[in-house]
Design a protein around this ligand. Structure first.
Ligand SMILES: O=c1ccn([C@@H]2O[C@H](COP(=O)(O)OP(=O)(O)O[C@H]3O[C@H](CO)[C@@H](O)[C@H](O)[C@H]3O)[C@@H](O)[C@H]2O)c(=O)[nH]1
Length: 472
């Protein structure tokens, strides 16, 4: 299937003009994995006639205006608050300080900006981690919709976290205790395959306290929006719908399928060809795309084992290695093409790409599903082990690299090579073919969800119709 942008402007022309005078104020959490899906949602709302004020820090405004960034449509107006938080460039070095600043410094400037707006907002769409945005809306009588950028299942885990016995969490935190195999579904409604061990990275995270505070604000919001689509996890959505008193909509996948293509050429270390030209020269479904996220880092020794395992598998690969690309190109040798950044959704749709080694950020998972590409999972932090469980055990469209951890917590090169062969189907087994078939099924479901009459399309229309100040 081709990755060309879908023309939503044309679609919206004959779609319901429900939002002709609807002003939406979007307040994303300041991080790539949050700003991207919020922007995608705003593109969609603009295509349905809404006017959007998209609020970011001055630093993020510059990033959104960078040469290779897709410019937002005219109906999405970017407005800034000052740089009251540490820079995006080094936030990983002291994440607790970054997080504290997000929670304590951004609320006041947002309140001032809200009071200066020329158009009255019909709704504030705030990232579900930003409780101060809910407070700001409540104080002004503006409805607040929370945009959840993690999976509905991970959201439900946070929302019901106090139901999970803390003594069991403590046992699992200190060792691979047998309690780790307990099913989470006994405490969190709607979950099937998840185990207690899957929430270890959440229960031990420095971010947990703040995330649970945000979960306490959920009942003070008027609407919940998921970046997922309903068919991906109907049980969890249904159970949240029956429990929460506000409308719950799945409007995704909120990924950039509608964005026009801009500047596909990105300089690649050690390579003088464009990575799309390189992909064009490879055999169909022969390339593994490797990206381990935009934020969390992996031990250098682990990176080297992965690189050596990929070489041993004799599979061609395209690797996004951010700051480390010259070094990784050296380690990877000739079978790999290393880039600092790429246009991920278009890469996943390239006919040469047959698999995705991913850290399991939720946006990456949604993008892989939309492209129908099976995954090799390497979850690093937070919600990612839960997402890996969905991919491997619930949807059966991937394999987990972490099942094969050595005693030193590293996945060795032999296991990497073996799993890559299984995923890419180069060992001739039926397993790879089956995963591919199921991945295509989910891809079809994601396409159906966004089409007219599909579940996400219907949810967008219901969401806009429900806003009193929008014409309907
Ligand atoms: O070379 C690249 C690499 C990434 N991306 C994009 O960057 C985004 C990355 O998002 P995601 O896959 O969700 O990863 P993170 O940025 O790590 O996401 C953070 O936010 C997610 C949503 O809340 C969580 O699920 C993750 O655990 C958390 O790390 C995706 O849209 C990718 O397409 C590119 O366009 N080019």
């Amino acid at each position: 299937m081709d990755p060309e942008p879908r023309n939503l402007d044309a679609k919206a022309a004959n779609a319901t003009a429900v939002a002709a005078s609807c002003h939406v104020v979007a307040v994303p959490y300041p991080g790539r994995g949050h700003i991207n899906p919020m922007m995608c949602l705003c593109h969609l709302l603009a295509a349905h006639g809404a006017v959007v004020t998209f609020v970011v820090t001055e630093e993020w405004l510059a990033l959104l205006h960078a040469a290779d960034a897709v410019p937002p449509p005219a109906a999405v107006r970017l407005r800034t608050i000052p740089n009251v938080i540490p820079s995006e460039a080094g936030r990983g070095a002291d994440f607790p300080s970054f997080l504290e600043a997000v929670y304590t410094k951004m609320g006041d400037p947002l309140e001032r900006l809200l009071d200066e707006l020329d158009l009255p907002p019909a709704v504030i769409i705030a990232d579900s981690y930003l409780s101060w945005a809910v407070a700001a809306g409540n104080r002004r009588g503006i409805p607040v919709a929370l945009l959840v950028t993690i999976s509905p299942a991970a959201f439900s885990v946070l929302y019901h976290f106090d139901r999970i016995p803390s003594h069991l969490l403590s046992l699992v935190a200190v060792s691979d205790h047998v309690a780790g195999e307990e099913f989470l579904g006994q405490w969190v409604p709607g979950l099937i395959s998840f185990r207690l061990a899957d929430v270890k990275s959440i229960s031990m995270a420095t971010t947990l306290k703040r995330a649970l505070e945000s979960a306490n604000w959920v009942p003070k919001a008027q609407i919940i929006l998921f970046t997922s689509f309903y068919e991906l996890g109907p049980r969890v959505i249904d159970s949240l719908r029956s429990e929460l008193s506000c409308p719950v909509y799945s409007v995704g996948p909120c990924i950039p399928y509608m964005m026009p293509q801009v500047n596909k050429s990105i300089p690649c270390s050690g390579n003088d060809v464009d990575y799309f030209s390189w992909l064009d020269s490879q055999k169909e479904r022969s390339v593994l795309y490797v990206s381990l996220g935009s934020f969390h880092s992996v031990l250098e020794s682990q990176m080297e084992e992965i690189a050596m395992g990929l070489r041993a598998s004799e599979t061609k690969f395209l690797w996004v290695a951010r700051g480390n690309s010259p070094r990784m190109q050296e380690v990877c040798g000739k079978s790999g093409f290393v880039v600092p950044w790429c246009d991920q959704l278009r890469v996943l749709h390239h006919p040469s790409v047959g698999g995705f080694l991913t850290h399991c950020g939720w946006n990456s998972i949604l993008e892989a599903i939309f492209a129908g590409v099976p995954m090799l999972t390497f979850p690093i932090a937070w919600d990612q082990p839960l997402n890996s469980r969905l991919v491997v055990d619930e949807w059966k469209i991937g394999l987990s690299l972490k099942e094969e951890l050595r005693k030193d917590n590293i996945v060795g090169r032999d296991n990497v090579a073996m799993l890559v062969k299984r995923l890419m189907d180069s060992d001739g087994g039926v397993e790879g073919k089956e995963m591919r078939r199921r991945a295509r099924e989910l891809q079809r479901a994601s396409l159906k969800a966004i089409e007219e009459g599909g579940s996400s399309h219907g949810s967008i229309i219901s969401f806009l119709k429900g806003l009193k100040q929008c014409k309907n």
